[in-house]
Design a protein. Structure first.
Length: 221
């Protein structure tokens, strides 16, 4: 018997129940399937236009930058313009995301490298699973399409966010995750609010302490 089984067995004996109790097991399964929502703040319960305004205001307040483009075909030019404006090399590291791969990169001089970052890439490019307007937070899931290392290792992180993927609250994001992945959730769900910063030392804000110094979000209408 493992230590885990011993601990759970002791708890069951104290409650006077058994692991094979079908009624209790059914109750647990039902609770997991229902996903009863908690208290949802009213701040994110607004119109789509108001959600976009709220998200942009909150995320820019953290030190991130944003730009809106009319369609996905405009993303490569927006990336190129940002890199030129920051005097960064025309080179990005990205995963195997289908949306990013299908963009018209041939109209730019941007060099694209694929796969996880080893910490030597100046710029990472990701496609967000979604975002939360009530807190100005991006939501990215792990996998070959968008490796988690791109979220933390490059000095600059550029994230493409489709406007339709902007939710008002966290509950809607989790609902979307469950609908898309079922019970086999992604290994990691990263929630990112602005560029990395810390004030642990003498209450002085230091950017890039635990991740990118710069976060740029391209919002696709």
């Amino acid at each position: 018997m493992s230590t885990r089984d011993a601990i759970l067995g002791k708890i069951r004996r104290s409650l006077g129940v058994h692991a094979e109790d079908s009624a209790r097991n059914a109750a647990v399964d039902g609770r997991l399937l229902q996903h009863a929502p908690g208290v949802i703040p009213a701040r994110g319960q607004v119109s789509p236009d108001a959600k976009l305004v709220l998200f942009t205001r909150l995320v820019e307040k953290t030190g991130a930058t944003t730009i809106r483009v009319p369609s996905t075909t405009a993303v490569p030019d927006a990336v190129a313009e940002y890199l030129r404006g920051r005097n960064l090399p025309a080179k990005v590291r990205m995963g195997d995301d289908a949306l990013l791969e299908a963009l018209p990169w041939q109209h730019t001089q941007i060099e694209r490298e694929k796969g996880p970052s080893d910490g030597h890439d100046p710029v990472g490019l990701s496609h967000a699973f979604g975002a939360v307007a009530e807190s100005g937070t991006l939501v990215l899931v792990s996998g070959n399409a968008n490796p988690t290392t791109l979220n933390f290792l490059p000095e600059t992180h550029i994230v493409v966010l489709l406007r339709d993927d902007l939710a008002g609250d966290y509950e809607m994001i989790w609902k979307k995750l469950r609908a898309e992945y079922g019970r086999a959730m992604p290994r990691t769900v990263n929630m990112i609010t602005g560029p990395s910063r810390s004030a642990d030392i003498e209450q002085t804000i230091v950017r890039g302490a635990h991740g990118p110094r710069n976060l740029h979000i391209i919002i696709v209408d």
